[in-house]
Write a protein that binds this ligand. Structure first.
Ligand SMILES: Nc1ncnc2c1ncn2[C@@H]1O[C@H](COP(=O)(O)OP(=O)(O)OP(=O)(O)O)[C@@H](O)[C@H]1O
Length: 744
């Protein structure tokens, strides 16, 4: 039975490849015959040819059979659609409605409604979903899921391979290279729901470690770009990642999802687009300052400047500054020596105009109101000059009345009177200009850095002796970026608003940072895991509080995903023990059910032997076929010294010391706090002793993050006493004599 199906599917695949070749050929023929040099045809056909040549390598990963109008329909689902004559799909993209159906259907009743908006509602009656593993155009494996209805009514034969087994095979068999393609092929129902949510409202995804958040983030962007292709270009969406290392990881997987042109930022690089006059390149990234936190400097974990309380204070001060500004608006008064009267632009007139301009940003409003006064002064000058001119002409006419035009007296008199009037013109101009300069000099311009400096002084956060704003700018640091961006947006508005921002590892941002991001985009997808917030107070520990403080009355959806796909059962169970032992109030991970080796925990007695043990472990893991192995030390200093010793043993080994490095070697030595978002086949933790990982929140989170990076295997060494964070995990008892181990 199994063989028959594989044979049948192989036949279909062979025929499909021939069809694709035919389509590519006819597109090419059209290009050859394009004698009118139709540019659109040229561009479209070339794009199709490229896409189809790519699709030909691995045309599809599954099929879905439905029963419609008494007829069985079969749709093949692939990464991209392939169409005959440019509109008859022979393969459907995973982003299409049938692709949606493929991801939705996980057995049970076959009636499924796909409802993705007013014009995207379809009723399906599913008979069969078949996942297919195709390698080098050979059908290797398949798995069927059949609806109850098909089972009962149509007697469809079912093979007993479950879809979950298929997923498991894929998860077990892979080695860090094809992850994103995998998720498209094996998208789970809850992931699919998130990926396909409409763009209009923000969503927050609380997903446990390994639940597919990063994969969902990128897949969702790919989906949104297709679904909203009429109104959305790649430049309208932005991805915010925690650091450059993470960005280089996502860049490597972006082409598979055709989202290469999406702008990618860290919070720091995004700040450059808002704070154009600030050189932020040298600001220390927060992840690097975590080194301090790991070594006991708790100030890193709190900063008033990035808190929502500070945002509220900025609102308060700015309101005060605005009130002061309005209070200081004065009438413009000019004493007219011609008429001996005061000419006044009243405060009320100015205030009325100010009210009319309330739709403008603060700075623009201030500028516009000043322009309004300036215009008034200008027109006053013109009208006064006109009056003087008229007066001069009338004086001349009166004086010269009856005096012959040729009389020489006339010329002299004219010149004298003209001198008098041009003097009066000059006086008028100078006086008015002086009045205007005085008026303008008292005008508040709301300059960003001046105001920020004032706020810091008022808040008592700034005691520097620097008084000039230019010098003050040199004293700014990373934590000033959030309040500065916020203030800049309040003062000048948003220069570019994204249609959608996708923020990965968002638990590491503060609510104030998320508030700023919210101002920069119409809607957001925030993905994160509170258990992995290693910035403690600074980051997000409770999404509902974030919603209360930042999203207020906005429509926002909080979705929890607790199933983890990355690691084997024993690793995930171990991670759950860590969270429980440290009493971290976080969702429990539900492992997908991948079998795997128990977590290996080994007590070390001789410090000199530890190195040998690590080397031995790496070698044996490599022998087993594990390609990416990480040795995760708690801090940076010990990672450096471990690397110095290991580098002599392995040719392909890399020390990761900061967040801008690209991780590209087989064996990585990395401090715990830099591993976030990364994934390895196996993780070795050289020192899991109690002294190193105590039962506090930070240590627990660091150990948790380190362990959950492993897909297949975790090995921990410890000295003297094992960290109590691992209580509950079964450990084989090994009794050996203790020796000095102080250097760890
Ligand atoms: N539906 C799926 N099918 C196959 N693989 C999946 C699926 N969902 C997730 N994965 C795999 O699980 C692993 C973890 O995914 P990902 O890195 O996206 O999770 P995450 O939630 O961002 O993890 P973390 O928070 O721990 O960094 C990846 O290898 C990913 O390919």
């Amino acid at each position: 039975m199994k063989k028959d199906i594989i044979h049948e599917e192989q036949n279909t695949l062979d025929k499909t490849v021939i069809k694709i070749d035919g389509i590519i050929k006819s597109l090419g023929d059209e290009l050859k015959n394009n004698t009118t040099n139709d540019v659109l045809l040229e561009r479209t056909n070339r794009r199709f040819i490229n896409d189809y040549l790519d699709a030909r390598k691995n045309p599809y990963f599954g099929r879905i059979d439905t029963y419609e109008d008494g007829k069985r329909e079969t749709y093949y689902i692939g990464y991209t659609s392939v169409a005959k004559d440019k509109n008859q799909d022979i393969i459907y993209s995973w982003k299409s409605s049938v692709g949606d159906l493929f991801a939705q259907f996980h057995g049970g009743e076959g009636n499924i409604v796909i409802d993705r908006g007013p014009n995207e509602k379809y009723d399906f009656n599913v008979l069969l979903k078949r996942s297919l593993l195709i390698e080098k155009l050979r059908v290797k494996k398949y798995s069927d899921t059949v609806s109850e209805q098909a089972r009962k009514e149509l007697g469809t034969e079912v093979d007993n391979v479950l879809f979950d087994d298929f997923l498991m095979d894929i998860l077990d068999g892979r080695n860090n290279e094809t992850q994103l393609k995998d998720i498209v092929m094996t998208i789970q129902k809850e992931q699919n729901e998130i990926i396909r949510l409409p763009i209009d409202n923000s969503i927050i995804v609380q997903g446990v470690a390994g639940s597919g958040k990063s994969s969902i983030a990128l897949t969702r962007i790919s989906y949104l770009l297709t679904r909203y292709k009429e109104k959305l270009t790649p430049a309208d969406i932005g991805i915010l990642a925690p650091n450059e290392m993470f960005i280089s990881y996502i860049q490597s997987v972006m082409p598979t999802l055709e989202i290469e042109n999406i702008p990618q930022f860290t919070f720091k690089t995004l700040s450059k687009t808002v704070l154009k006059n600030l050189d932020v390149d040298n600001f220390n990234d927060p992840i690097n300052s975590l080194s301090g936190l790991v070594n006991g400097d708790s100030t890193v974990a709190t900063n008033y400047k990035t808190s929502i309380e500070f945002k509220e204070k900025i609102d308060f001060y700015l309101e005060e500054f605005k009130n002061q500004f309005v209070h200081n608006i004065k009438e413009f008064r000019y004493f007219d020596t011609i008429t001996n009267t005061d000419i006044i632009l009243s405060r009320d007139q100015i205030l009325n105009r100010y009210e009319d301009l309330s739709y403008l940003s603060l700075v623009k409003r201030n500028q516009e109101i000043l322009k309004y006064v300036e215009k008034w002064v200008d027109s006053l000058l013109i009208s006064k000059q006109e009056e003087l001119k008229k007066e001069f002409e009338s004086v001349i006419n009166t004086i010269f009345n009856g005096i012959p035009k040729t009389a020489s007296l006339r010329k002299q008199t004219y010149e004298s009177i003209e001198k008098v009037y041009s003097y009066r013109q000059k006086v008028l101009r100078d006086e008015l200009n002086q009045r205007w300069r005085d008026y303008k000099s008292n005008w508040e311009n709301f300059e960003l850095f001046t105001l920020y400096q004032r706020i810091l002084i008022l808040e008592d956060l700034y005691h520097g002796k620097v008084t000039t704003v230019t010098a003050f700018k040199k004293h700014l640091e990373y934590d000033d970026l959030t309040p500065l961006m916020y203030l800049e947006i309040l003062l000048n508005g948003v220069s570019k608003q994204y249609q959608h921002l996708v923020v990965d590892e968002s638990q590491d941002l503060s609510p104030f940072q998320i508030h700023v991001l919210k101002l920069l985009s119409k809607s957001m997808t925030l993905l994160g895991d509170v258990t992995q917030n290693i910035y403690l107070e600074k980051g997000i520990n409770d999404w509902t509080k974030l919603i209360e403080k930042v999203f207020l009355n906005d429509k926002v959806r909080l979705i929890e995903i607790n199933t983890s796909y990355r690691s084997t059962n024993p690793i995930m169970e171990g991670a759950n023990f860590i969270a429980a032992n440290a009493q971290i109030n976080a969702p429990k991970i539900v492992p997908i059910g991948r079998k795997g080796d128990r977590i290996s925990i080994e007590k070390i007695y001789d410090p000199l032997r530890l190195l040998d043990h690590i080397i031995e472990t790496i070698k044996s893991l490599q022998k087993k076929g594990f390609k990416k192995i990480a040795v995760v030390h708690k801090d940076l200093k010990r990672s450096v010294s471990l690397h110095e010793r290991l580098v002599k043993q392995f040719s392909s080994i890399q020390l990761v010391t900061n967040s801008i490095q690209t991780v590209n070697k087989d064996v990585i030595i990395i401090p715990s706090f830099l591993t976030k978002g990364l994934e390895f086949d196996a993780v070795i933790i050289p020192n899991a002793s109690k002294r190193n990982y105590d039962e506090n929140e930070l240590d627990a989170k660091l150990l948790f993050v380190s362990m959950t990076r492993a897909q297949h295997y975790v090995k921990l060494f410890y000295h003297q006493e094992l960290t109590t964070l691992l209580n509950g995990i079964e450990i084989p008892k090994v009794e050996r004599e203790e020796e000095d181990y102080s250097f760890l």
